[in-house]
Design a binder for this molecule. Structure first.
Ligand SMILES: Cc1ncc(COP(=O)(O)O)c(C=O)c1O
Length: 401
């Protein structure tokens, strides 16, 4: 194994040795009691993560409760399952778009219902007035991406959830890069279905995903109109006995159970604080060395605490960007570029999962040194010092707690 390799992409993120080892255990039947016990362990931990992602350790369980379940597919499957079980022909959906994943949600919804898109340029904040103007009493469903991974923005779930609730519309929230790393409030935000992925802030291997379905929405699900594989009524029935309708990806479920138990041990409150500090260290490191963050937070929209997107300096943007990414790779560090039209315009790093603070510093240094290699004048020493100061202050604060 290459011990020196540092994976800073916004998913998949590094997994611990224990999580990796769980995938190597002997194969078992997905209909065995042994498998059910694995699913149940993961489900118990997921209940905690979905219902207690707060800094003050308060529960956010919806009044009627809800069910955590695991899907044999990545979060795109969960996004589609949520939409397809709630709306069909004649249904009205409002989809918020300020990045690639918001757009994906709209595209999914367009396969099933009429969609009103509320769009702003990628990286901009969506004004709540625009959402208010689009959602009406005939809206059945609102889709939103909480943490827009393509741009590094954290969208205002509370404001949008309230607007949806005022019109009695269901609210499906993609928490793929927030759940497990940042605050997520099912009840206060009126979330009916929340979706997340294994390979992001849960720090498990890619291939499966998780969902929380609030009890109050269960009666509104119609599995018959959804893709056969994504019939949520069926998934919920099987989840009661800790199974999936079809063959489970046994090694991935095992790894997810271990990763989730690590989160329970750390506690969400501590984990959220750590993610916030590390994201702030990235931001301070990059801006202090002379770079600009890409996203434009305004009003209730803020910068992400799990993914940082940085504009590439003009001299290396576009066709010259690959030389920069190659120079980062040469340092055995993996980061991401921009997606779709943002290719060559930005780079993105993640602090999701269980990264030590030294990984954040190494990321800042690798980016700074790579930029220097390709002729950009950045102050790497100042950037590193700013990131280190932030991490040191955070350590001192947690010692005082
Ligand atoms: C916010 C968000 N939603 C959805 C997805 C889709 O995930 P997948 O490709 O694993 O289905 C991603 C993946 O990066 C994401 O970041």
């Amino acid at each position: 194994m290459d011990e020196d390799f540092l994976l800073l992409n916004p998913g998949p993120v590094p997994v611990t040795d224990e999580v990796a080892a769980a995938m190597d255990e002997r194969m078992i039947s997905h209909r065995s009691t042994e498998f059910e016990a694995i699913y149940e362990r993961a489900q118990n931990g997921l209940d905690y993560i979905f219902e207690q992602s707060t800094v003050d350790r308060k529960t956010t369980e919806p009044p009627g409760g809800g069910t955590s379940l695991i899907l044999n597919g990545t979060a795109t499957m969960g996004m589609e399952a949520a939409v397809a079980n709630l709306v069909g022909d004649g249904g009205n959906v409002v989809s918020l778009i300020n990045g690639k994943f918001g757009r994906r949600f709209a595209r999914i919804a367009e396969r099933y219902a009429e969609v009103t898109r509320v769009s702003v340029p990628w990286g901009d904040s969506i004004p709540l007035e625009d959402v208010r103007a689009a959602v009406s009493d005939s809206t059945d469903l609102v889709t939103m991406v909480h943490n827009e991974t393509s741009t590094g923005l954290l969208n205002p779930a509370s404001g949008v959830g309230h607007i949806a609730a005022e019109h009695d519309a269901r609210f499906v929230l993609d928490g793929v890069t927030s759940i497990g790393g940042d605050v997520f409030c099912l009840d206060a935000w009126h979330v009916d279905i929340a979706v997340t992925d294994a390979q992001k802030a849960l720090a498990a291997p890619p291939g499966i995903s998780a969902m929380y379905v609030a009890e109050d929405v269960i009666d509104e699900l119609n599995g018959e109109i959804a893709p056969f594989y994504s019939d949520l009524e069926w998934h919920l029935r099987k989840a009661q006995s800790h199974q999936t309708p079809f063959t489970s990806a046994v090694p991935l479920f095992r790894a997810l159970a271990v990763a989730i138990e690590d989160i329970v041990d750390e506690t969400m409150a501590t984990r959220i604080q750590r993610h916030r500090n590390q994201a702030e260290a990235f931001r301070r490191g990059f801006t202090r060395m002379g770079l600009s963050l890409f996203a434009n937070p305004a009003d209730l929209t803020v910068l992400s605490n799990t993914v940082t997107a940085v504009s590439l300096p003009e001299t290396i943007a576009g066709e010259d960007a690959p030389a920069f990414f190659d120079a980062v790779s040469e340092r055995n560090v993996s980061i991401s570029g921009g997606q779709a039209h943002l290719g060559g315009e930005i780079f993105r790093v993640s602090n999701m999962g269980r990264l030590p603070d030294t990984a954040i510093l190494r990321g800042v240094e690798a980016v700074g040194d790579a930029l220097t290699d390709v002729g950009v004048d950045v102050d790497v020493t100042a950037g590193l010092a700013a990131a280190r100061d932030q991490l040191d202050v955070a350590v001192a604060q947690s010692a005082d707690d």
